[in-house]
Each structure stands twice: as C-alpha cells, then as structure tokens.
Design a protein around this ligand. Sequence first.
Ligand SMILES: C[S@@+](CC[C@H](N)C(=O)[O-])C[C@H]1O[C@@H](n2cnc3c(N)ncnc32)[C@H](O)[C@@H]1O
Length: 217
Amino acid sequence: MEVGPGLGSLTLGLLEAGASVVAVEIDPTLARQIPETVAGRSADLAARLTVVPADALDVTELPGEPPTALVANLPYNVAVPVLLTFLERFDSLERVLVMVQAEVADRLAAAPGSKVYGVPSVKAAWYASARRAGTVGRSVFWPVPNVDSALVALERRDPPTTTATREEVFAVVDAAFAQRRKTLRAALARTAGSGRPPSACSSPRVSTRRHAARPSP
Ligand SMILES: C[S@@+](CC[C@H](N)C(=O)[O-])C[C@H]1O[C@@H](n2cnc3c(N)ncnc32)[C@H](O)[C@@H]1O
C-alpha cells in the first residue's frame, strides 16, 4: 500500500515492479486523476491499482487482501502519525519503506542513548526494527525544498512481552518525554508517583492505626 500517491510517480514504479497497490490520497482531484494516469500507461497496471480517496489517518479498513508492505513518500507533516497508525491498524504490514524528512528518519531509527532518541523512536520500536535506508538530497526535487529527506526501512517484529497494554506503555512514553529537561523520575511523577519513600502519614501501618482509632460513621 501507498499513502499520498500524488501524481503517481512512485505508484507507477510499484505497479511496474509487479505490485498490486492500494493508494490512499487525501486530495480528491489527485485521487480521481491517478487511475486515469495509470490507465493511460497500461490496462494491466490500472487493474492492479485501487485508490482510496481519504485522509490516511481516518482509514480503518482497506479493500482487497490485507496489505503486507507500506511504501510511500509520506506527507512530511503527518509522517510519524501515519506510520504509527498504519502499523497499529494493519498488523498484516510486515515491511515498510518510506521517505520522510531526514530529521524524522533519524528519530525513527535512533537507538537508546542517541541524542535524537524520543517518542517516535520508542513507539516505532514497539512494532518494528527501523533503520535509515538512504539519504535523498534536496536537489532532486523541484521546487527545491528547504529540508533534506531520507528513507527509513522498518521490519515488523513481535511486540515486547509485558503485562501492560500498548496504550499504557505509550502513555508512559509520552509522559517520559513530555518535558525534555526533566529526569525520568520527575517527568513520571504525575503518572507514577514521585518515587520518593512514603512519608509517615501515608505509610499503611500508620494510616491503619489512625483509621482504627477513628469512630465508625
Ligand atoms: C510528499 S507528496 C508525495 C507525492 C508522490 N507520492 C511523490 O512521491 O511524488 C504527499 C502526498 O500525500 C498526500 N497527503 C497529504 N496528507 C495526506 C493524508 N493525511 N492522507 C492521505 N494523503 C495525504 C498529498 O495530497 C500528496 O499527494
């Protein structure tokens, strides 16, 4: 599957390589145009293309067989949410190769300890192993953008074994990285308590005694 086929340059490449493609395009004019563009090349290619005119973030099901690969020049402003949403919603997706802004590629592929390790790195790692798969200089685009681009390749793996749900883990990840200059303990104080030893007032032994001494209502 592809997100954001636009005028269809990547779509044509995928079809010509033999793939069946479901392409999700938010722009209704582009979504209408692309089947015609492909049909103008060949009826065989057009027969293997399905265009879904929709915002990718709203797509919960796709026509045809469950998708096994996501290949896209992702819209840069929503690249991370689209990637994570698709990995979550379509567990048939085994492989991903996407072009994103170079800094985003670095974050997605960052390992713990790296300066750019952050929420996208941890969340992507929940689903898949990610690596930078190439750099695309800005001069290959027209008009020339003011950002560099890069390819990220992801390969799905089993999620970590934990008694917590994915939603619970992601909530901790969001809280942990919400305030960059805080220690992990301080950042998680609101969700998980301060981590300080309990004070005398809140220790169960003391509170039980106080409770026992109080008359019942
Ligand atoms: C970076 S362009 C890629 C165009 C084409 N794939 C290419 O490589 O030349 C991004 C495309 O994504 C589409 N797009 C942007 N936001 C989208 C969204 N939320 N869901 C689906 N398509 C989106 C845009 O309309 C545009 O066609």
